[in-house]
Ligand binder design. Sequence first.
Ligand code: ADP
Length: 217
Amino acid sequence: MYLILLGPPGVGKGTQGVLLADATGWQRVVTGDLLRTAKDEGTPLGLQAEQYMTAGNLVPDQLIIKMVEEKLAALPDGTGVIFDGFPRTEAQASAFNVMLDSLSRTIDAVVVLDAGDQVLTDRIAGRRSCRSCGSVYNTVLAPPKREGVCDNDGTPLFHRADDQADTVRNRLDVYHRETEPLIAYYEGSEAAVHRVPSEGAPDEVQGKVREVLGVGE
Ligand code: ADP
């Protein structure tokens, strides 16, 4: 299974991706996490990406495409993959098609998570993330059991630099302009596109995601 999780910042792609990966054994390829790791490690890619990310702008397509290609090449053949944060532009989607052809794979499904901008802004304001396992919390809406620490592995949680209010507005604008058109793009392709309203609690949304995909209980 190759599955794309599509949706605006803060809609819960990370949360839903972790839950779905736990249930299915599929791997997550999360471009935002890959970029943040590259930045923390100070690699050339990380250094190039940093300025774009901090401003809430998209990192140039070429860098992203190369990064995803390398990540996929490192996975065993036949691995199921949940793509989160990629593709994010039509240029990335076209390059992804070329990549998939060369791997003899196709996109099986696209799950579009959606919520209104106000819900997204509220969620992002309190978001805290785990660098180690990718789990996402919210100080008000979904706090960890122990303040500031990941329930899964005890790693201290961090507040993303691009989760500050002024940057969030730009990320939402960029989403509506660059990424939202991909919904129509995939609706015109052979992939099954499922829209899942995502303003509810994480477990409720996960139930709907599994239902549309026909996996898990
Ligand atoms: P969110 O979806 O919540 O905005 P991500 O963690 O997916 O957050 O991405 C954070 C930032 O990383 C983006 O604002 C962008 O700068 C960069 N980024 C991640 N994925 C891509 C991508 N596919 N193309 C371009 N930039 C990306």
